[in-house]
Design a protein around this ligand. Structure first.
Ligand code: HEM
Length: 436
C-alpha cells in the first residue's frame, strides 16, 4: 500500500495487473498511468485490489448510462472493513461502534432504482436551489474569518481554510453547531479511508487505526441522531428538519436511518471533495499571478478557472460500480459480479475530447463536457453548492491575498481510492522576496 510503484515498467508499456491506485506514485499523480491505460488497455483488471478500471471518456460515459449493467449497489456483504474486523477483533469492533453506524447501503451513491429514485427525489426536495443560494453570505463570512487567521506569511491552506470552510458549510446546512463541525472534518477523512480499507488486508496496527476511525464515525452518528430527535420534536429551518418533514405524493418519507445515512453521505461526499477542489484550484491558478489577481473581480473568469480545475484534477477520481452481467466494453469482457471503478479523472484527460489535457486552460472549448461530477442518475447532488463554495473561496482568497504563492513542496495525498485528498498545502500569503 505504501510502496512507490507505477504500472508502467521499463519497457514503457502499461502492465494492468500491477496497477496499484493506492501506491504513492499513483496517489500523487495518476495521470501517466491513466494515459498509458487509455492507450494500451482502456478497460483492464488489476490484481492488486481485484478491481476493474474503465479509462476512456466514451466507455466511462456509456457505463454511467447503463445503470442496469453497472449497478451502484457495490457494497459487498462479508467483504467490508467491519466484517474483516469482526472476524479477528469482535469485542474491539463492538466497543468502537457503540454509538451505532450510518448504513452505507442506504447512501444515494450505493443504491439503484427504485430505492435510489425515491431517496434522491426526497433529498432534492429538501436540498433546494433556494437553500443553496441562501448560503452565500454565510460561506462568504466564514471565508473572510478564515482568511483573517491566515494573514501574515506561511499557512497550511488545507488546515486553515479548505477543510474548515467546507465542514462549516455542511454543518451549517444540516443545522448543527460549530462543535460538531470541528469533529466532522476528521470524520470526513475517516469515512474515506475506512471505505478504501474495504479493499486491503489489515495487520494489527492498521486494524487499530481503523477501529479509532470507526469510533469517531460512530460518535458522530450518535451526535447526529440526537440532533435529529430534537428536530423531530422542534423543526427548525435547516436540512435535518427538511429531510425529516419532506414527503412525496405517494406518501414516501425518509426514516431516521435514511436521514442519518444521508447526513453521513453529505459529510463523506461534500466536505473533503470541495476542500481539495479549492486547493487544486489555488494550486493551478496561483502559478500565473496575473490570472490569480484577476479573480478578485472577474466572476466569469473565476467560473472558467473552477471548471478547468474540476477537469484537470477533479477531487473524485471515480466511483465504483458492480456488474450485473458479463459485459463487453472497450475491447474487454468484464465478468458478472466484478467491481469496477469508472475513472472520471482519466476520462477528463482523454485527448480525443480534451486536447492538450495535461495543460490548465481555463475557458478551453468543450470544458463543460467534463465528468468531474459524474453524469446521469447519480450526478453529484451537491454540484451547485460545490460550485458556489469554489467561487466564493477563489474570489475571497485572491482578493485578500493578491500575492499568494505556493512554495515548492512534496505534496502528500492520503490513501483514498476514490478521491484526491491532500494532507497539507503550504502557501505564502506575503509577496515572494527577490533573491538577494
Ligand atoms: C468539488 C466537489 C465535488 C466533487 C468533485 C463531487 C463529485 C461527485 C461525483 C463524481 C459524484 C457521482 C458519483 C457516481 O457517479 O456514482 C457525486 C455524487 C454525489 N455528491 Fe458530489 N462532489 C462534490 C461536492 C459535493 C457536495 C458539496 C455535496 C453535498 C452537499 C455532494 C454530495 C453528493 C451526493 C449526495 C452524491 C450522490 C448522488 C447520487 O448518487 O444520486 N458532493 N459527487
Amino acid at each position: 500500500m505504501s510502496k512507490v510503484t507505477t504500472a508502467i515498467e521499463g519497457d514503457g508499456k502499461f502492465h494492468p495487473a500491477d496497477y496499484d491506485p493506492l501506491s504513492l506514485a499513483d496517489l500523487q499523480d495518476p495521470y501517466p498511468n491513466y494515459a498509458a491505460a487509455r492507450a494500451d488497455a482502456p478497460v483492464f483488471r488489476s490484481d492488486v485490489l481485484g478491481l476493474w478500471f474503465i479509462s476512456r471518456y466514451e466507455d466511462v460515459v456509456s457505463a454511467i448510462r447503463d445503470t442496469e449493467t453497472f449497478s451502484s449497489e457495490f457494497i459487498q456483504e462479508g467483504d467490508r472493513l467491519a466484517d474483516k474486523l469482526a472476524r479477528r477483533w469482535p469485542a474491539e469492533l463492538d466497543a468502537a461502534q457503540q454509538g451505532g453506524m450510518p448504513d452505507d447501503r442506504r447512501f444515494l451513491l450505493t443504491t439503484d432504482a427504485p430505492a435510489h429514485h425515491v431517496r434522491r427525489k426526497l433529498a432534492q426536495q429538501a436540498f433546494t436551489p433556494r437553500r443553496v443560494a441562501a448560503l452565500e453570505p454565510m460561506i462568504e463570512s466564514r471565508a473572510e474569518e478564515l482568511s483573517d487567521a491566515m494573514a501574515g506569511g506561511e499557512a497550511d491552506l488545507m488546515a486553515s481554510f479548505c477543510y474548515p470552510l467546507t465542514t462549516y458549510v455542511i454543518a451549517g446546512i444540516l443545522g448543527v453547531g460549530d462543535e460538531l463541525a470541528g469533529a466532522m472534518r476528521k470524520v470526513a477523512e475517516d469515512l474515506l479511508v475506512t471505505q478504501a480499507a474495504d479493499r486491503v488486508d489489515l495487520d494489527e496496527a492498521a486494524a487499530e487505526e481503523m477501529l479509532a476511525r470507526l469510533r469517531r464515525i460512530s460518535d458522530m452518528h450518535a451526535a447526529l441522531s440526537a440532533e435529529l430527535a430534537r428536530r423531530r420534536r422542534e423543526p427548525a429551518d435547516d436540512l435535518l428538519s427538511a429531510l425529516a418533514t419532506t414527503s412525496l405524493a405517494d406518501g414516501s418519507v425518509l426514516d431516521d436511518e435514511d436521514i442519518l445515512a444521508m447526513s453521513a453521505e453529505l459529510i463523506l461526499a461534500g466536505t473533503d471533495t470541495t476542500a481539495n477542489q479549492i486547493a487544486h484550484s489555488v494550486l493551478y491558478t496561483s502559478a500565473d499571478p496575473r490570472l490569480w489577481r484577476s479573480l478578485a473581480d472577474d466572476p466569469e473568469r473565476t467560473e472558467a478557472v473552477v471548471e478547468e480545475s474540476l477537469r484537470r484534477r477533479g477531487s473524485s477520481k471515480g466511483l465504483l460500480r458492480i456488474t450485473t452481467r458479463d459485459v463487453e466494453i472497450g475491447g474487454a469482457v468484464i465478468p458478472r459480479g466484478s467491481l469496477v471503478q469508472l475513472l472520471y479523472g482519466a476520462a477528463n484527460h482523454d485527448e480525443t475530447v480534451f486536447p492538450d489535457a495535461r495543460s490548465f486552460c481555463p475557458g478551453r472549448p468543450g470544458a463543460q463536457q467534463h465528468v468531474a461530477f459524474g453524469k446521469g442518475t447519480h450526478f453529484c447532488l451537491g454540484a451547485p453548492l460545490a460550485r458556489l463554495e469554489l467561487k466564493v473561496a477563489m474570489r475571497t482568497l485572491s482578493r485578500r491575498f493578491p500575492d499568494l504563492w505556493v512554495p515548492a513542496q512534496h505534496l502528500r495525498y492520503l490513501p483514498a481510492l476514490t478521491t484526491h485528498t491532500l494532507a497539507a498545502l503550504q502557501v505564502q500569503t506575503e509577496p515572494q522576496q527577490p533573491p538577494a
